[in-house]
Design a protein around this ligand. Structure first.
Ligand code: HEC
Ligand code: HEC
Ligand code: HEC
Ligand code: HEC
Length: 451
């Protein structure tokens, strides 16, 4: 149906590894309501023995060479993970010259033995939770995401999903739980997965994350088919996107509260990297009507917060202006932040209101059009001067178009849409040479295509 439309962005460098699988999913409301109740904190999930990847990868378990025909699950999960998934090489990355250089600059020992790196690049549970087959060199293995298998190993082939969850299987299919788990590494958390500007300064790549896009890019070792939907529900990609934004924004606020400063100064890792790291000859400042910050002001990375505002406009319009007010209070406190709780409190309440609205009324593909319009209009109004917001916008627009297309709701001129996306990605190709003009031209093209 959509073979002629490249709304997957897969030929763009921006989405280098990001191979798209267009899986249209619809969410049952009831299922989503469960999310907030059963979401386990990753820390909790760790208090069970981790058997190690080898323990999961038996040939009659998840280590088959080919997908099993008559089974609910593909059973070649190990092979897909091992051969295609970047998580399988996360530990090996710590052995590279690049990692050694980072470690040297930080003055720590070896990257592959230091907790600072292992927290996100491996399954770094403490010694008493490591089973016989456990190997730290497995990197980000099965149990990092699915929870320690010690207590569910014996029962989980029986197919009673709820029983598995009760025994400690992590609910990775549920948007909020999945988001919390992924962002703990991809945004960083306030405890064992903490990323700082010092680590960045030593050469660590900038982190950026969007739940739906990254879920799509991670090589799928599961099939969302009939029996999957029966067991786990039908989860909409738009809901995945929206919940991912709120959870990433909340994680960022948690981090700001936990480590607001580094010495005398605010901790720069919470800020927009390119707010500081760009050539002085490149004068790009213009007033952003949304954030209303002054020229020269220190800027938080507000990309997830701004997306949250756009979600509010689409799903909880009555709460949107209060949210924006609270975002502004927070953003304008970047330099003076002494007691983050004072400026974050109101924002947290607004975010909680929005989250419960989204839980009661999951975002549907019929709202996709409103959302798309908000993304385009706000993008154009704020001029997306900063790369991080533009990047989030691009992934959002991509996700919305993909869902609308899969649901047969995209009547717009396809070649104009593709042209618009091409222009957006061309603008974003290189974070250090962001080209807002091309990005904005892409937004305009898409806007004219859907009008
Ligand atoms: C324990 C930390 C951790 C968790 C949890 C985690 N990741 Fe990752 N992820 C990493 C690391 C580290 C890398 C980089 C691996 C490398 O190249 O060495 C990575 C890489 C990726 C990439 C490739 C990125 C790119 O630029 O191509 C994707 C996609 C991804 N993760 C998606 C996810 C998703 C989706 C989740 C949640 C379901 C998740 N990750 C959970 C640590 C984690
Ligand atoms: C908060 C979690 C976190 C911590 C702590 C962390 N990393 Fe990473 N690291 C990641 C993620 C996530 C990626 C993948 C980023 C992406 O592609 O989006 C990554 C990517 C990398 C890469 C680039 C890999 C590639 O394929 O290009 C290197 C090198 C690296 N990390 C080294 C380190 C070292 C060394 C340390 C310890 C000093 C460390 N990391 C600590 C999360 C973390
Ligand atoms: C970076 C996180 C991550 C890693 C690492 C990971 N998975 Fe998954 N896995 C997911 C996500 C996300 C899903 C899809 C949501 C769901 O069904 O729970 C999933 C789904 C599954 C499913 C469910 C399929 C179904 O039809 O219900 C199985 C089985 C599975 N993974 C096994 C494994 C095995 C075995 C490994 C290790 C070789 C592994 N996973 C590694 C994140 C991960
Ligand atoms: C408030 C300003 C500010 C922000 C925001 C900021 N940095 Fe920095 N950054 C600095 C300063 C100051 C240095 C130290 C420069 C030096 O040593 O000459 C630095 C150094 C670096 C370096 C090392 C450069 C070198 O020449 O060795 C890297 C890499 C880096 N930052 C990445 C980042 C990333 C990634 C982010 C966003 C997460 C970020 N920075 C956010 C101010 C900032």
């Amino acid at each position: 149906m959509s073979a002629d439309v490249n709304i997957s962005g897969q030929h763009h460098r921006f989405f280098e590894l990001k191979v798209a699988r267009c899986v249209a999913r619809e969410l049952s409301k009831a299922l989503f309501l469960l999310c907030s109740i059963v979401a386990l904190a990753p820390a909790q999930a760790q208090q069970v023995a981790h058997i190690g990847v080898a323990g999961c990868a038996g040939s009659t378990c998840h280590g088959s060479n080919v997908a099993f025909a008559g089974s609910n699950v593909v059973q070649n999960e190990f092979r897909i993970w091992n051969e295609q998934d970047p998580h399988a090489r996360a530990y090996k990355t710590l052995l590279t010259a690049e990692s050694q250089a980072i470690a040297r600059k930080l003055g720590i020992g070896d990257a592959h033995t230091d907790d600072l790196c292992l927290g996100c690049h491996a399954d770094n549970v403490s010694a008493e939770f490591r089973g016989d087959d456990f190997q730290i060199a497995d990197g980000v293995g099965c149990e990092v995401c699915h929870g320690g298998a010690g207590d569910y190993l014996d029962i989980h082939a029986d197919g009673d999903h709820q029983a598995n969850l009760d025994a400690g299987l992590y609910p990775t299919e549920q948007p909020e739980a999945r988001a919390r788990m992924c962002v703990s590494c991809h945004v960083g958390n306030q405890t064992d997965r903490r990323i700082t500007h010092q680590i960045m300064g030593a050469g660590h790549p900038r982190l950026s994350f969007e739940l739906n896009t990254f879920s799509t890019i991670q090589p799928a070792h599961y099939r969302v088919d009939e029996d999957y939907i029966e067991r786990k529900g039908n989860i909409s990609e738009l809901q995945m996107w929206a919940v991912g934004q709120l959870v990433a924004a909340e994680q960022m606020l948690d981090n700001v509260e936990a480590f607001p400063r580094s010495g005398l100064f605010p901790e720069f890792v919470h800020m927009d990297c390119l707010g500081c790291h760009q050539a002085m000859s490149k004068i790009t400042w213009s007033k952003n009507p949304l954030t209303q910050q002054k020229p020269g002001a220190l800027r938080y990375n507000d990309s997830h917060l701004m997306m949250s505002y756009q979600i509010a406009l689409a799903v909880a319009p009555s709460a949107a202006s209060q949210l924006l007010k609270n975002i502004r209070v927070f953003l304008n406190s970047a330099e003076s932040i002494q007691s983050p709780a004072a400026t974050i409190g109101g924002l947290r309440r607004s975010m909680a209101t929005l989250k419960s609205a989204l839980q009661q009324q999951p975002i549907t593909s019929t709202q996709g059009f409103e959302l798309l319009k908000a993304l385009l209009d706000i993008g154009l109004a704020s001029s997306h001067r900063d790369y991080a917001s533009a990047e989030q916008s691009a992934m959002a627009i991509n996700s919305v178009l993909k869902v609308m297309d899969a649901d047969g709701m995209l009547s717009a001129n396809r070649s104009r849409l593709t042209g618009g996306l091409d222009s957006i990605y061309a603008g974003l190709n290189d974070a250090e040479h962001y080209r807002p003009k091309e990005f904005l031209a892409g937004l305009r093209k898409i806007k004219s295509a859907i009008n």
